[in-house]
Design a protein around this ligand. Structure first.
Ligand code: PHE
Length: 339
């Protein structure tokens, strides 16, 4: 029996030291020390021994068990450490490598100039108003002194949701919302998208942007309008920039004007870009029509006001010398990256 125990110890020790996985070691433990294991099988025969032999063999069996156990657990921790080491090596990050550059977007030129214009007006004490792009006929036309059969509606054909609801053709609709909800003094601008049923070409798009301006207070005159617009244009295009007001007609302003800015290319001489005019048309403006004021519950014998509507695309095109409006909407990054 002593011999048997020594043999078991020998073979268990050598198997343990040659095991190369945690699983193999677990199996080894079962093979030798488990309930049906080899050592257990021998211990079951202890009963057959004489009373002198029993303690001697018992002691030896205990020693063998301890030896096998410590050999297995020693090897086990060695394997675990090795496994951990390999895992660490596989997951290690070289923090000295240079980072991967993330390409971040940038503002669209329309947004850059819109933000600039907002800043200029905020500096003059204006606030920013907002209005819906899907609008009632009333706000887009009727309240602006354009009744259903008014011929000027033809120049602003749009997309209809129902007979009564449409995509707004002008930010002037916001004038009405503001005047319905706010008592004078009023000083707002309202940037936003407008829609017209126009075919796409170098200077037209069915979707474009306007910035509306509205001031209503006691004693407001055309001089305030001109001064405000001059301040805007000088800030946008430089101090030598001149503007000119040409008489025009809008149903919701009286008197009305179209406002031109001196050509950036020829400084008023006349050239190809301004079609020999020396000036480029940028916006419509005028004194708010008394009918519009009254329709919004503002007493036109006490208050007067001016309004204007800037075409944002035109301002951006003139600012960056862009000759085709389509470039602003095509989202070609080679174009957009330049701003
Ligand atoms: N809404 C006009 C247009 O789109 C511009 C405008 C605004 C004219 C305000 C006068 C006053 O053409």
């Amino acid at each position: 029996m002593k011999q048997q125990l020594e043999n078991i110890e020998k073979s268990a020790m050598s198997e343990a030291s040659s095991s190369d996985s945690i699983k193999a070691l677990d199996e080894l433990r079962i093979k030798y020390l488990g309930k049906k294991g080899e050592l257990t099988a021998i211990l079951k025969q202890m009963g057959k021994l004489s009373s002198e032999e029993r303690p001697v063999i018992g002691q030896l069996a205990n020693k063998v068990r301890q030896d096998i156990e410590s050999a297995i657990s020693g090897k086990m921790s060695a394997l675990k450490a090795k496994e951990q080491e390999m895992k660490m090596a596989a997951e290690s990050i070289d923090i000295t490598l240079p980072g991967k550059p993330q390409s971040i977007g940038r503002l669209h030129p329309l947004k850059i100039v819109e933000n600039e214009i907002k800043e200029i007006f905020l500096g003059m004490g204006f606030s920013i108003a907002d209005g819906p792009e899907v609008e009632y006929d009333y706000y887009n036309f009727e309240a602006l002194n354009l009744p259903p059969d008014h011929p000027a509606r033809d120049t602003q054909d749009t997309f209809y949701i129902t007979d009564n609801i449409l995509l707004r053709t002008q930010t002037s609709s916001v004038q009405v919302h503001v005047m319905e909800n706010q008592k004078p003094p009023i000083r707002i601008i309202s940037p936003g998208c407008v829609y017209r049923s126009d075919a796409v070409d170098a200077t037209h798009s069915p979707l474009f942007h306007q910035i509306e301006g509205l001031v209503v207070d006691k004693g407001i005159t055309m001089a305030d309008l001109k001064g405000t617009l001059e301040t805007l244009m000088k800030k946008l295009y430089g101090n030598d920039c001149k503007i000119r007001l040409r008489p025009h007609h809008f149903p919701f302003t009286e008197p009305s004007a179209e406002v031109d800015v001196m050509c950036f290319n020829c400084h008023g001489e006349g050239c190809r870009i301004c079609k020999n005019e020396g000036y480029i048309e940028l916006l419509g403006a005028g004194m708010v029509h008394p009918k519009v004021l009254e329709g919004c519950g503002i007493d036109s014998s006490v208050y007067s006001g001016f309004a204007f509507g800037l075409g944002l695309e035109r301002i951006v095109m003139r600012r960056y010398n862009i000759s085709d409006m389509r470039l602003l909407f095509e989202n070609d990054v080679r174009f957009l990256e330049q701003f």
